[in-house]
Design a protein around this ligand. Sequence first.
Ligand SMILES: [Zn+2]
Length: 494
Amino acid sequence: MIAHRLGLLAVFLVGSASAAGPVSPAERELMDSIPANTLRGHLSFLASDLLEGRDTPSRGLDLAAEYIASQFRRFGVEPGGDNGTYFQNAPYLKVSQPMQDFRLRLQTPDGKSWESTGAKVMAVTNEAVDATDLEVLKVTVKDQNSPLPSAEQVRGKAVLLYVAQGSAAANARNRALQTMKPAVLVTYGVIAPAPFRLRPASAASTSTAPYIVTSDADFSKFVDTLPEGLTPAKLTAKVSAPVQESIQLRNVIGKLVGSDPTLRNEAILLTAHYDHVGVATRGDGDRIHNGANDDASGVSTVLALAESIAGRKLRPKRTLIFMTYFGEEKGLLGSRYYAAHPVFPLRQTVANLNFEHMGRTDDSEGKREGQITATGFDYTTLGEALTGAGAATGVGTWSHPRNSDDFFARSDNQALADAGVPAITVSVAWIFPDYHRPGDHWEKIDLPNMEKVVRMVAVGVTRVANGEVAPQWVESHPKVKRYVEAFRKLHAAD
Ligand SMILES: [Zn+2]
């Protein structure tokens, strides 16, 4: 009966010897150390107007980063960033494209022409373009199987890539054509004008061709009149060189080294993104997108977990890494950067629980009280672990029949999953009424519910951190094949 007695002792001391079972006294203490007012404090600062929607990059984003680091200092978690700080610095280039001198003109020998001087157009280039009377190749892509011209036919020419709007084949064909070094690639499509784009400074200056998208319907009509392949048209293009500014973006990282001499060599990442979408450039009234639920609620969850777990006498066995990312809204930039520059070896990173939309219960599909869900709920054993903690603490867990799969790629867990680490995003609500709108205010957070679910998550996280077996991908699941392959690759040298 010694094993049994040891088991009981372990439950009593660390409160988490198993993934299921009722809440232990230590776990009760942990839960009680997460009051709603702690969450309210974090949320009300991070989602205040002062931070101006925490766009990447912005002063508001930097203020949020300093706030998060100051909280980590207060909790006594160790710095997990560069040079003994809480910040992992990511050098980026902020690239903007001057359009004053932009010119794009297509004309045929019979005198017909189309011309743009920069309206309804977006240009992406690494260098200036100044070309007159380029030969024009028209390439129509109907689907993935549409044939492409040869590299020889493409090189040095102006390519008019003509695709059905919303065609899934467009991006892949576009990339393939870019590598064939056309002088310029022009396509017709929806444009999302942005004042700048962000590029990792470390990425070698990509040798992609100058790329121009126009939403001008007259362009489409003009291209309609041209034959497929080499056309009689000529193209003249003038695009200024982009203006690049070096900037630093920051992930904010704290860590709690595990108490077990062996298991401390394995880490669990607890993450959320601290950026949001900033301030709308136009509109009446409130234009600040405060991003309280998206994702100050996730950051507040990470902070509450760090404070409560670091405040216990006994640390969990595995190492915990508390991290908030920049640039999620710009395309998972912070998590992609981290996956490329991990502070703890990814091979020894056994799980990532990412948190989004933890505060609002008014999901657009209905009220979500006393329950949490996750993306890829049944992709990993983490769903099961959460269900066990939920049963112990009175919180239901569920998998959305569509969103749980569809949203998997829509948050920072994706960057870690791509690297092979079992990674999910935990949420209370999926889409809610103020999603990506100025009305995402902290006052609308359901604090009593958030307290309840964050306490449950704290129990779940410590049970996973103390569990004998590390979380796993559920290999039988049809949608995890690529992640299992990434996991195997990651562990090939073990
Ligand atoms: Zn988000």
